[in-house]
Design a protein around this ligand. Structure first.
Ligand code: ZN
Length: 249
């Protein structure tokens, strides 16, 4: 349909376009033309498509010399947006279940009470870990005092002093600004995945089993999981400095 609108806008030399102009658009400019009530459904569809494309591209696209269906489709489907945290999460260094929960957390798709309350499934949407915030992704990672303390202890353990307020910022900081080299970066990201997973697990513990582990216990479990995973997959050609760093954790 976009191609049809483009043909109409540039007054392509074909009978159907001429008919649309003569019968409906007449002397109007297509960019401002609106199908009157009761007009042909095709004309209404043309107007809807035109409005949609103008929202994405502005008016100028209608007068481009070339029309690319692939480019328009890509733009409309938002395929062009590269998510820079995606590669970091789906790295084989990370445990699959950690990757999955972290990916859901990054997309804000975890079934928090806030989301469930929004669709009328539950009424109480208070944070299950601290009871002073909302049980949503924003609070849980890492505004909540429980998760904040966990992440701060893990940051100290890894020698990170970045000031970040949420999971997105944290992952972005590691991805872009962390200077520890490729191997250490992978360990830091793997640790972050485990933190997210464990916090989600603790939150579910409260929900289903009515108990929560102490912060120290959770932090020790996180450290243990990270070391176990990373030491199991140590690259053969790991430099001595990185090896020392790893075994000092
Ligand atoms: Zn909380």
């Amino acid at each position: 349909m976009g191609k049809v609108v483009w043909d109409i806008a540039r007054k392509a030399d074909n009978l159907w376009v001429k008919w649309i102009h003569d019968k409906y658009i007449r002397t109007n400019d297509l960019s401002t033309f609106a199908a009157p009530q009761g007009d042909n459904w095709v004309v209404k569809a043309i107007c809807r498509t035109k409005e949609k494309l103008i929202r994405f591209y502005g008016v100028s696209w209608m007068y481009n010399q070339k029309y690319s269906i692939a480019a328009i489709y890509q733009k409309l489907m938002d395929f062009g947006v590269k998510v820079n945290w995606c590669q970091a999460i789906w790295n084989h260094q990370n445990v699959p279940k950690h990757r999955f929960v972290c990916w859901l957390a990054m997309k804000d798709r975890l079934q928090t009470s806030y989301r469930l309350a929004h669709i009328g499934v539950c009424e109480n949407n208070s944070c299950l870990l601290c009871d002073s915030g909302m049980d949503d992704g924003k609070h849980l990672f890492f505004e909540c005092c429980y998760s904040e303390q966990c992440i701060n202890k893990i940051k100290r353990w890894l020698g990170i002093n970045a000031v970040t307020n949420n999971l997105h910022q944290m992952l972005e900081w590691v991805n872009i600004r962390y200077k520890g080299g490729k191997f250490r970066k992978k360990v830091v990201i793997a640790s972050l995945m485990v933190v997210v997973y464990k916090i989600w697990q603790e939150r579910n513990n409260v929900l289903w089993n009515q108990y929560v582990h102490t912060i120290d216990k959770v932090v020790n479990d996180i450290k243990s999981d990270v070391k176990q995973r990373v030491q199991f997959r140590v690259p053969r050609r790991l430099g001595e400095e990185d090896r020392q760093w790893l075994y000092s954790l």
